[in-house]
Design a protein around this ligand. Structure first.
Ligand code: S3P
Length: 173
């Protein structure tokens, strides 16, 4: 496909496990626009993985680092950005993204998120570590309630329940 004529970023937002990275990569291919994963950028720039960052510096410091990293993303060119699950919920990052690009919320209910977050998906997600499956479901349910108010302010909401990444891509396009 030819490069899409877009002069701002598309920000994918949503809870851990909602498919932001997978869908983001697909959207990048389909649109021929570059892909940036915010978590990946944080790992690159901090020199440590997210779990190590959390245990070494704590969540508050992570949120500041995340915001600083977000703000280095060039916003005058087309690109696909997958954000972290908490990105839109701190430091007015959502407003920042809405003013500069197109935010898309990948919406899924807690049980569907839990299903996608089993096994190795927990490893580099400090907020889920050391919890039983019941505790994770409880955590997701509560956090999602807290965060829904932010997520729902995205410019577009995609109902990603009972879909695969290709279907989500089609919905976005
Ligand atoms: C977080 C989500 C993670 C990562 C960090 C915190 C969150 O990103 O930024 O572990 O607060 O929901 P993903 O949504 O890509 O897993």
């Amino acid at each position: 496909t030819s490069k899409q004529n877009l002069n701002c970023p598309i920000f994918l937002i949503g809870f851990m496990g909602s498919g932001k990275t997978t869908v983001g990569k697909k959207l990048s291919k389909a649109s021929n626009l570059p892909f940036i994963d915010l978590d990946h950028l944080i790992v690159e720039r901090s020199g440590m993985d997210i779990s190590d960052y959390f245990s070494l510096h704590g969540e508050d410091s992570f949120r500041q680092f995340e915001t600083n990293t977000l703000k280095t993303i060039p916003f005058n060119q087309g690109m696909i950005v997958s954000t972290g699950g908490g990105t839109p919920c701190f430091n007015e990052n959502l407003q920042w993204m809405n003013e500069r690009g197109i935010t898309i919320y990948l919406q899924l209910p807690p049980k569907a998120l839990l299903k996608r977050l089993s096994g190795k998906e927990i490893q580099n997600r400090p907020l889920l570590q050391g919890k039983s499956e019941d505790e994770i479901l409880d955590f997701i349910t509560k956090k999602l309630e807290e965060r829904a108010g932010f997520y729902k302010k995205a410019k577009l909401t995609i109902d990603a329940h009972n879909t695969n990444p290709t279907q989500v891509l089609d919905l976005i396009i």
